[in-house]
Design a protein around this ligand. Structure first.
Ligand SMILES: CC(C)(COP(=O)(O)OP(=O)(O)OC[C@H]1O[C@@H](n2cnc3c(N)ncnc32)[C@H](O)[C@@H]1OP(=O)(O)O)[C@@H](O)C(=O)NCCC(=O)NCCS
Length: 183
């Protein structure tokens, strides 16, 4: 098996066929999602950019990023993060190290943009996967707009990747506001 080749696609550059290919991949990765139903390549917020891994030209891995400032108590401007979501590896490729390679490639991309931190919200059972890529669970819970427009505090883990900053620079707060949808 060859390692995937990675490329960035900016959202404005994705044409109909590109969306269809990624929608199909994400539907395979998230078969129970009502929003990733095979016709849409995003679930809540549309990202700015997608990092796609391909093998023999076929998209097998995907992660998306939207840069935003999280609002935190005590900070006027907030904390700049690469907000990460739509993390998926094709089921027929899972468990072979592709996800780990993707997290490493993602970290390189975030560093190239000189971002202080990566940020994501996830489920409890995936914290270990992200920890393997250097992501750290922080105490803060994340307030955000749900797809049905309700503003809610997410009950699951919030994770941070120190990129240009160290984890000691992450604000010691109990809540951060996304002021938007999850990617
Ligand atoms: C989560 C996912 C991206 C991992 O990709 P992958 O290619 O299977 O992961 P890898 O083979 O590189 O595994 C890397 C490490 O993470 C662990 N890991 C992988 N999937 C995991 C999971 N679902 N839960 C916990 N740990 C996991 C592996 O055991 C491995 O650990 P090790 O280094 O101790 O051996 C993939 O399983 C997937 O697409 N799942 C469905 C979609 C999803 O849940 N995405 C995340 C949404 S937040």
């Amino acid at each position: 098996m060859s390692a995937p080749s990675w490329s960035l696609t900016w959202e404005d550059d994705l044409d109909t066929d590109g969306h269809a290919e990624l929608a199909a991949l994400l539907h395979r990765c998230f078969p129970r999602s009502r929003r990733l139903d095979g016709s849409r390549s995003w679930a809540s917020a549309r990202p700015e950019v997608r990092l796609v891994g391909r093998e023999d030209g076929r998209a097998v891995a995907h992660v998306a990023v939207l840069r935003r400032h999280l609002r935190v108590p005590g900070s006027e401007s907030g904390v700049l993060v690469g907000d990460v979501g739509l993390v998926g590896v094709d089921p027929d490729q899972q468990g072979r190290g592709t996800g780990r390679l993707m997290l490493a490639e993602l970290a390189r991309v975030l560093a190239g943009w000189a971002l202080p931190f990566g940020f994501l919200t996830t489920a409890d059972d995936l914290v270990g996967f992200y920890a393997g890529g250097g992501w750290v669970r922080v105490p803060a819970r994340t307030r955000m707009i749900e797809p049905d427009e309700r503003v809610e505090v997410y009950g699951g883990p919030s994770l941070v990747l120190p990129v240009r900053s160290t984890i000691a620079d992450w604000p010691d707060v109990q809540i951060v506001d996304r002021n938007g949808y999850e990617v």
